[in-house]
Design a protein around this ligand. Structure first.
Ligand code: ZN
Length: 214
């Protein structure tokens, strides 16, 4: 089996994300790009995370063509590939439908940076890409476009897409974004929220970019 280590990591993160309730049922999809071959290991379509094995993970090239695997790849394979093509720095893409980010996405509202951890991931706010049909080429286009150089973007009436230099980082970012969405919701409910200003957001983002890795 090729890229066995990456396939194992996807299975582990899938279980973790399911346990964390960041995805209901079989929703969401996760991938790792191998920089050496430029192949992408991605979750299969519609399989439960609890019983997933490395053999179920599908290996595709950047055009989404199957290189290895016995399953049908995620319907959002084109979306993952579009992000990898635009972002050479990204080695993992995590797409979830976690509750609070999806609520903001349903309102098609950008999430303001009310906590430093979120400001470190995006330039100012978590942007919201327009709604397009699940699994469509158009969804891949508008979402990868709206992501730009950020590490997270909402998908209108759908969910969120988060990236990172490793799958562990992308998973952590997915947790941060969901927590940030929850805090922004509660802070707005309490009223009188103080947003981080543009300078503060920029400093957090720059520090995070410099701080990647060891
Ligand atoms: Zn989705």
């Amino acid at each position: 089996m090729i890229l066995e280590q990456q396939r194992k990591e996807i299975v582990e993160i899938g279980r973790q994300i399911y346990k964390d309730k960041l995805v209901p049922l079989t929703f969401g999809n996760f991938s790792i790009r191998d920089h050496e071959t430029d192949y992408v290991c991605i979750t299969p379509s519609g399989m439960p995370y609890e019983t997933l094995t490395p053999e179920d993970v599908v290996v595709v090239n950047l055009d989404g063509e199957i290189i290895d695997g016995i399953r049908k790849p995620s319907i959002e394979t084109g979306l993952h590939c579009a992000v990898y093509k635009k972002r050479p720095d990204v080695a993992s893409v995590v797409h979830t439908h976690s509750t609070f980010v999806t609520a903001w996405a349903a309102c098609r509202k950008e999430i303001p940076s009310v906590v430093a951890e979120v400001a470190a991931l995006v330039s100012g706010t978590i942007k919201c890409a327009p709604y397009r049909r699940c699994g469509s080429k158009e969804l891949a286009e508008v979402t990868s476009e709206a992501l730009g150089t950020d590490d997270a973007v909402l998908m209108g009436n759908h969910g969120v897409l988060v990236v990172g230099p490793t799958i562990q980082a992308a998973y952590t970012n997915a947790v941060i974004v969901e927590e940030g969405a929850k805090v922004a919701f509660y802070a707005n409910t309490i009223g009188g929220v103080h947003l981080l200003n543009a300078d503060e957001c920029q400093q957090e983002r720059e520090a995070a970019i410099k701080g990647y890795g060891q």
